[in-house]
Design a protein around this ligand. Structure first.
Ligand SMILES: Cc1cc2nc3c(=O)[nH]c(=O)nc-3n(C[C@H](O)[C@H](O)[C@H](O)COP(=O)(O)OP(=O)(O)OC[C@H]3O[C@@H](n4cnc5c(N)ncnc54)[C@H](O)[C@@H]3O)c2cc1C
Length: 312
């Protein structure tokens, strides 16, 4: 039985068996054995240290827009960042955002301060931490183009401020993807601009995205674009639009998007992704690399009795 009493006194709230599907844009997946809302960096460090001591995986969840949560749920402590860890503050031309802040709140706060740079990212339904980890981008801007430094917390609870130049990154990837560090905050350097100019760009981005993206619960692009090509083009050329497994369907609007058309399971999505990948391999000899993160690796035996004591 896991003892959560060492966590009392930290600025966090704990719950057992928290359903995760409503916290993902796909609306898919089971529950987290233990769930935490973490309010400051001290609590984050304490939680990570405690989980490491208990041998329990600790999984940060941002806005759930790039994850596939397994149907069996997660034998882990899943945590979101709120309060201070989701705040956005301005020291023009710098903006500091907690890892749990949304990219939209970042863009709106920057706009209100007359700072430009984040508009192209504003429609990505991401947290700042999730975006930094994968170097999210849109319309020619990647978040690493704007980053100055990142505050990370290691699984041992060590807090470090890292200059962004020291973090390798590329298309939909940063070195953070290969490690365990949690992004607690990010500082971005923006430029001063007129609000009208910023508003026009925000409206343009909103319109573009409305046209491009399918309705219905989805996780955006499921595969990364291969060098020099587009996964969506290859998948469409394979005639996959409308292909369905259970409640998961390849969008008729964008062949690199899987929509939950009703009752889709993680198993449905996995099977559909395997078929999409196979079709492109057979048709073009290209092995597509998933962009969405399958958290299935954290599934262990969920059949046993609960191993975590009720949080107090
Ligand atoms: C409709 C739609 C449109 C999209 N359009 C785009 C687009 O234009 N461009 C683009 O790049 N992406 C796009 N995406 C994909 C997705 O929004 C991004 O990958 C996003 O950055 C994921 O962030 P998140 O906060 O939702 O992360 P989550 O999905 O919650 O988590 C993703 C991974 O990051 C880890 N993680 C989360 N927070 C942290 C943290 N603070 N520190 C360390 N690790 C963390 C999680 O453990 C998980 O492994 C789109 C998705 C949807 C649903």
């Amino acid at each position: 039985m896991t003892d959560t009493s060492p966590l009392s006194g930290l600025r966090l709230r704990l719950r057992l068996e928290e359903p995760l599907a409503p916290r993902t844009t796909w609306r898919i997946g089971g529950a987290a054995r233990l769930f935490a809302e973490v309010e400051d960096v001290n609590a984050l460090a304490g939680l990570l240290r405690w989980a490491a001591d208990e041998g329990l995986p600790a999984i940060p969840l941002g806005k759930g827009s790039n994850v596939l949560v397994p149907d069996e749920g997660l034998e882990a402590v899943v945590f979101v960042m709120v309060g201070e860890l989701a705040a956005v503050t301005i020291e023009a031309p710098l903006v500091r955002a907690g890892g749990g802040a949304s990219l939209m709140s970042l863009a709106v706060t920057a706009r209100n301060a007359g700072l430009t740079g984040t508009e192209n990212l504003s429609g990505i339904p991401s947290s700042v931490g999730g975006a930094v980890r994968i170097n999210a981008g849109a319309y020619g801007t990647e978040i690493f183009d704007l980053l100055e430094e990142v505050t990370v917390v290691s699984r041992a609870g060590e807090v470090r401020v890292v200059a962004t130049g020291a973090i390798s990154h590329g298309y939909r990837w940063s070195a953070l993807c290969d490690g365990d560090d949690v992004v607690a905050a990010a500082t971005l350097r923006l430029r001063v601009a007129g609000r009208e100019e910023i508003d026009a760009r925000l409206a343009e981005v909103r319109e573009k995205r409305k046209k491009a993206l399918p309705a219905g619960p989805n996780a955006g692009s499921v595969f990364k674009n291969p060098p020099g090509d587009h996964a969506g083009r290859l998948l469409e050329a394979c005639g996959l639009k409308g292909l369905r497994v259970g409640g998961a369907e390849v969008s008729g609007r964008h062949a690199n998007v899987i929509v939950n058309v009703g009752g889709a399971t993680a198993a449905d999505v996995r099977e559909l992704m395997a078929r999409m990948r196979e079709a492109v391999r057979d048709g073009f000899g290209i092995d597509l690399v998933p962009e969405v993160e399958d958290l299935g690796r954290f599934v262990t035996n969920r059949g046993g009795s609960p191993s975590v004591e009720s949080p107090r």
